[in-house]
Each structure stands twice: as C-alpha cells, then as structure tokens.
Design a protein around this ligand. Structure first.
Ligand code: CA
Length: 378
C-alpha cells in the first residue's frame, strides 16, 4: 500500500508529468511505466583497490584508512567494494601515488606531501611549516579555494585528492640531546618529510624521508639521530621512547596534517554522480572521525610516555622557533620559483593563513588559553 501511495504521489509531481509527456512523445512510455515499480537499471557493482602508505592496523592512519574503505562499502550496501592494501601488500608505501596515477589501483590513502619531489606544491596539501591547524586547513580546502588549487595540481597527474583524515598538531620530534638553539640541529640526521624537512635542511640538518614502517629500526641502529612522526598516541605505538629520550613540542613542520584519499581521475569520473558522492562523503566523514580519535587518545598516551616510560617532555624555545621561521621563509622563497602553479598555491596559502588565522587568533587561541589559566588546567 505504501509503495503504491508513493508512486501515485510521485506521478502527480510536475516533473513526473513532464517526464510522462516527453516519454509518450518519444514512444518509450512502456519503459517509463515499468520504472515506477522497480528501477529500470540495477546500480552497477564497483570494485576498487585502495593502496596505502601506512602499515596495516597502524593506529589512526592505517585503521583510519581501513575504516574509510569499509565505510564506502557500508554506505553503498556493499555495492562499492574497496579492497584495502596496506603498505607493501600490493606496492611499497611511496609507490602508492604512481600506482593510482597509472590506473593499476583506483585509490590510495596517504599524505600528499610524500609527493613533493613530483611537485613542491604537494607540500601545502598535507601540512606545511608554520601552516594551518586542522580547522584552518579544512576552512581553506572546503570554503576558501584550497580544493580548486589541489585539483589543478593533481589534474596534471591524472588523479584527484580529497581530505580523508587529520592528525592535528604534531609533536616536534624525538631527540637524544636537548635542542637549545639552531646550532643543535646542525648535522642532525632526522626523519622529517615534506617542506618541514627542507626547513631542517636550511638550518644545517640532514632531513630524511622514511615511511612509517622503517623509522624505528633506523633510529635504534643510529642510522638517523632523531625523528618526528605524529603525536603521542602514534609515537607510543612506534616505541620511539626506547631509542630517544627527549620529546619536543610543538612541531612547526606539521601543525595539522591532512590525510588524503587520492583517486584515479578517469576511473572516478566514470562512476555515477551518486557513487562519486558516496566516496567523497565517506572521505569527509573519515576526516572528522580520525581527528576526533587523535584528540581523544593523545592526552592519555602522553601521560603514559612521561609517567611510565621516563620520556622528557621539552618545549622548543623562541630562539629555535625563530630560526625555524627564517628557514621556512627560505624554503617558501624557493618553492615559489618552481612554477606558476607553485607561486599561486603559495600566495593563496599565505592569504588564507592570514584571514583564517586572524579568526583562530581571536577565537580558539585566547579562549583555550583563558579557560586553562582560570581553571588551572595544564
Ligand atoms: Ca609527521
């Protein structure tokens, strides 16, 4: 009964009336009538392979990507099947981009700053030194022209990227000595990818880009002197506290690292609008849910690191931060020279940082500072 009512109601709508009129005129009335009882064409099953830059089950990053793959299947009642491959299960972590650009796989989950050697502007679309926080980068991407620039960048490679997670402000890293001035960074071999790594290079350090699964062994063996990774929840799982004593904050290099779901563009645009929307909506959901998980778990993990594992928590002083800022400016000066697109992305980034950052400065920052001061929260 209910079904009939719905059909009846639908047939009375102006658009339906118009459709019947057109259909009758073109001699396909019989097909149109049968479509009232059931969809004329069954939605197609879609199969996609998603490769990732993260180890399987790695908290937040790996689990977040796996959750996204499952969410896409759930949102489509299993019609869109995404087979997930963690790093090294189908391709190596840093081969994920080429895998999707070539069409061998349809999707990747990773961090787009891993591709800065392909184009330095990729650095802006994960996190960049002295850049955006989580809420700021989302404002830029969704509402202030960021996605359009990101699309222009990826278009040259035959891919498209969507926000699909965020780690929040990252920690400054793990060291075996105190960092009192920029001099202490000279000669330091440190794992730090993206443009942040290049800032370290400007200060005389040796930045090294290693996928997550290889950092611990390199730190333990002494092949690298220091590393950054993410924050307490992830870093605790990596057991860096077994190899380094000082844990610095805050990281200037990744103030809100945006994770990306990259798709092969010709595959993606071959999907129905509805399926494209399912995937994009699942990515936006993954962004929010991942950030929430980091915020929920970082505090307790930090307490365990300090209280149970003897980690020394240290804050970068103003002198070190000023040196980072100078190095960052040198890096940005170079990035802008790369190409017209790099210059435009940089310009847009600076403008958005100023405008969106002015509001953060008047809202989140003073509120949190006043709340914690008045209530004695530290
Ligand atoms: Ca990092």
């Amino acid at each position: 009964m209910i079904k009939e009512k719905k059909s009846l109601k639908a047939s009375k709508s102006p658009s339906r009336r118009k459709f019947f009129k057109t259909a009758a005129a073109t001699g396909v009335a019989a097909v149109a009538a049968s479509s009232l009882a059931a969809p004329a064409v069954a939605a197609e099953r879609v199969e996609a392979a998603m490769v990732a830059t993260w180890p399987r089950d790695f908290p937040g990053l790996g689990t977040g990507a796996q959750r996204l793959a499952k969410r896409i299947a759930d949102m489509s009642d299993g019609r869109i099947q995404v087979t997930y491959y963690a790093a090294n299960e189908r391709v190596k972590a840093f081969d994920s981009f080429d895998e999707v650009a070539s069409g061998n796989s349809q999707m990747y989950h990773g961090a787009d700053y891993y591709w800065v050697k392909k184009h330095p502007a990729f650095g802006y679309f994960t996190a960049s030194p002295f850049g955006f926080t989580y809420s700021e980068i989302n404002a830029w991407i969704h509402h202030a022209g960021g996605q359009e620039l990101w699309d222009e960048l990826t278009d040259d490679f035959g891919t498209q990227s969507f926000i699909a997670g965020n780690t929040g402000v990252q920690m400054g890293g793990w060291f075996n000595k105190k960092i009192r001035s920029a001099n202490d960074l000279k000669g330091l071999k440190m794992r730090m990818p993206g443009l942040g790594g290049q800032v370290l290079g400007k200060l005389g350090g040796s930045p090294i880009s290693l996928p997550g699964g290889q950092i611990y062994e390199n730190l333990v063996s002494g092949a690298i002197d220091a590393t950054e990774w993410v924050g307490p929840w992830n870093d605790e799982a990596m057991k860096f506290h077994e190899a380094a004593k000082y844990y610095y904050y805050p990281g200037m290099h990744e103030p809100g690292s945006m994770l990306a779901c990259g798709v092969n563009k010709s595959w993606f645009t071959s999907l129905t609008k509805s399926d494209q929307t399912i995937i994009k909506t699942a990515c936006a959901w993954a962004d929010e849910i991942t950030m929430a998980e980091y915020n929920a778990k970082n505090g307790a993990a930090l307490a365990r690191l300090v209280n149970e594992n003897g980690v020394k928590l240290e804050k970068f002083n103003d002198k070190v931060y000023d040196a980072f800022a100078k190095g960052a400016q040198e890096v940005y000066d170079e990035v802008q020279q790369h190409s017209d697109l790099a210059a435009r992305v940089h310009k847009a980034f600076v403008k958005a940082r100023k405008e969106i950052g002015a509001w953060t400065n008047l809202s989140d920052s003073p509120y949190i500072s006043q709340r914690n001061r008045a209530l004695g929260i530290s």
